[in-house]
Design a protein. Sequence first.
Length: 353
Amino acid sequence: MRVLVWQWGRRGGGPRFAAQLASAFGGLTGTEALLSLSSRAEILQEKDAPHCDLPVPTYTSAAHLAARVLASPWMIARLTCTLRELRPDLAICALPGPLDWIFATALRRVGVPFGVIAHDAIAHPGDGYPLQMLAQRRLLRSADAVIVLSAHVAEQVLAGRMIGPRAKLIRSSHPPMMFGPVAPAFAHAGPVRLLNFGRLLPYKGLDLLAAALQRTDPDLEFTLRVVGSGPESDAVRTLRAMPRVAVENRWVPESEIGPLLGWSDALVLPYREASQSGVASAALAAGRFVIATRVGGLAEQLANQPLGRLCEPDPENLAAAIAHFVTTPPPAPAVSDPAQIWRDQAEQILREI
């Protein structure tokens, strides 16, 4: 069985998710994995870059994307020829993007069935690109299988009729995103280190975090870093003005994510809504605790995790959860083998397809 995993994003977690999923397929007996990424993917610039069997020139701007769309007949023809050479038996889209319909058309021409992993069914406020969910809906309805990473997203996919009549819906979970080995939590002197990492968007609950911190004892000893890119909102400005808080509004390159997680003792994710969280999965893989609000798929993702600490999505409960963690930091439990969890998911996908 030859499985081709593709994801054509340039930055963010998509290419890494695809690379780790392809590696998991390759670790199964009797399965050979192929990987297709954007030739401009940030992960391909790292010293330990994954092997990419099919690098695809994508785009660097909206105008460049429009040019790719206009050149789609040429791209489809070229990809069709390449797929006949690679001879995959199955293809999996690891995270949908704006050019996936081109690859889906080429796959159909050579008779290769494909599945799509739907991380979200509804766009988060301020996230994504124009017409993102319309393009994803068309891709999902053309797929032979749709894989979701939480029951929350599964319900939204079914309610929105986003799956074709003959397609299979596969319910899975978000595997741990690995960013290299890090030191254990609390392996440092000084106050407890808390980290809020990810794009600084409204649904991430930065206003909720600011309100919670205003309710904590000023003598509580911790330091909090808020790291990610986004608009300079009122919540960001409020957090930046607070003692014990450092705000770094910037894009974090792939090479810095592992050290950033390693700096922390716990991640604080005060989301107001969530399908599930790639940041939470990266924290769990690094052996970090996750203090998170009980919303959407985030609740089921962390409910049975020894490293998870869930609270209600309001300032009082979040403040209490932070204070309890800082004053009585728990011992870190043993971390499951992330690579085995990925292989289990890859095996489930193959079995159910």
